[in-house]
Design a protein around this ligand. Structure first.
Ligand SMILES: [Zn+2]
Length: 371
């Protein structure tokens, strides 16, 4: 009898541990460190690790020394450390000349007249000087031993169409491509395109109908990504990016990211359903699209936008304050994993309420590959 009990206990223990062993891989976008001390960072990072986060996409500006300091603490806490630094979005910088910024269909530079919001200053991906600037900036960061990977963001043109959830906020109806939001019509892009195709895009009444013009711009971004990938790989580090959902359903159409042609090591689509006026089930659909478009087994981490004040969501006009409420988080995680995601990425841990963490703790312990 004792033996039987012992056997039952062993079986129970084994099934419990094997269940506990499985965990959905989880990353998180995080900004810092501002004034945080090393001890405060240690505390924050161990707390994340305990909650089930495996790696950070950490944003702290351009200074490699900051990443060295924060990366060391993250690694000691057992976290992967990727540096999250915007790519084409660059504010004024003595290293960047005026002519390196993208120009819209009205001939306005995004440096002088940024679209939508004051910080929307985008570089033109067609300049060698832009590649040189980015390669130097990311290269210095990638050379730091504490950095595991480079995480690109804003690796795109400005939104030629805004996600529908943002139309009210900016008082726009974006039923088609409008020239003031359409980039890049700088002299170099216009003349290179003409040399390549014979088409003078400035003479075309509706450039959105010219397939070659779209492809030309997809390729400019793709080439930039693939050159940066080669550079980062040469330093023995991985490179990945935050991308728009799709690529076909959203990313290509609204920000000209043909990211299924990018040589990155992993993809973090921002599957922020509320911006597209969709529910959590849609997150699964775009995960499925991403995995099948890539078709190469590269990992896709499903980016989830968390609602910081769930009880106020319905009365919130600004979609930046929308996102997944705790009741939706389990579904978003489940449908991501059931549709081929390799894991998830939270935007952001700081927006998670206690109720979110409670749902999260259970949802990340389920092996969704099993029936
Ligand atoms: Zn250009």
């Amino acid at each position: 009898m004792n033996k039987l009990l012992a056997l039952i206990a062993m079986v129970l223990m084994f099934s419990c541990t094997s269940q506990l062993e499985y965990k959905v891989p989880v990353y998180a976008w995080l900004s810092g460190p501002k004034d945080a001390t090393d001890i405060e960072l240690q505390k924050q990072f161990s707390d994340f690790k305990e909650k089930g986060i495996d790696g950070l996409m950490y944003s702290a500006g351009h200074n490699p020394e900051t990443y060295k300091r924060v990366g060391k603490i993250a690694k000691e806490a057992g976290l992967e450390f990727h540096t999250w630094v915007p790519t084409m979005l660059q504010g004024e910088n003595p290293k960047l000349k005026q002519e390196l910024y993208a120009v819209n269909g009205l001939g306005e530079s995004s440096l002088d007249k940024p679209p939508y919001v004051g910080y929307y200053k985008f570089l033109c991906p067609n300049y060698e000087g832009v590649y040189d600037f980015l390669a130097e900036m990311y290269g210095e960061i990638a050379a730091i031993p504490e950095v595991d990977g480079i995480h690109l963001d804003y690796i795109r043109f400005p939104d030629v169409i805004l996600a529908p959830g943002l139309w009210d906020k900016y008082d726009l109806v974006m039923d088609r491509e409008y020239p003031q939001f359409d980039y890049c019509y700088c002299d170099k892009c216009v003349s290179d395109f003409k040399a390549q195709t014979g088409i003078d895009i400035k003479e075309v009444e509706d450039p959105s109908q010219v397939e070659e013009w779209k492809q030309f711009r997809y390729d400019l971004i793709t080439n930039m990504v693939n050159r940066l990938t080669e550079m980062v790989h040469s330093k023995g580090k991985v490179i990945n990016a935050a991308v728009f959902p799709g690529p076909n359903s959203v990313a290509k159409k609204i920000v000209r990211q043909e990211w299924d042609n990018w040589d990155l090591d992993a993809f973090y689509p921002m599957n922020y359903n509320d911006f597209y006026l969709e529910g959590p089930a849609w997150v699964g659909e775009v995960c499925k699209e991403a995995v099948s478009a890539l078709g190469n087994g590269k990992p896709v981490y499903s980016g989830l936008f968390i609602c910081p004040n769930p009880e106020k969501k319905s009365g919130e006009a600004d979609p930046e304050n929308h996102g997944l409420v705790p009741e939706e988080l389990e579904e978003a995680i489940r449908v991501s994993m059931e549709n081929g995601a390799a894991g998830i990425c939270l935007f952001t841990p700081g927006r998670m309420t206690d109720a979110h963490w409670e749902v999260f703790e259970k949802a990340i312990r389920v092996d969704y590959s099993k029936d």
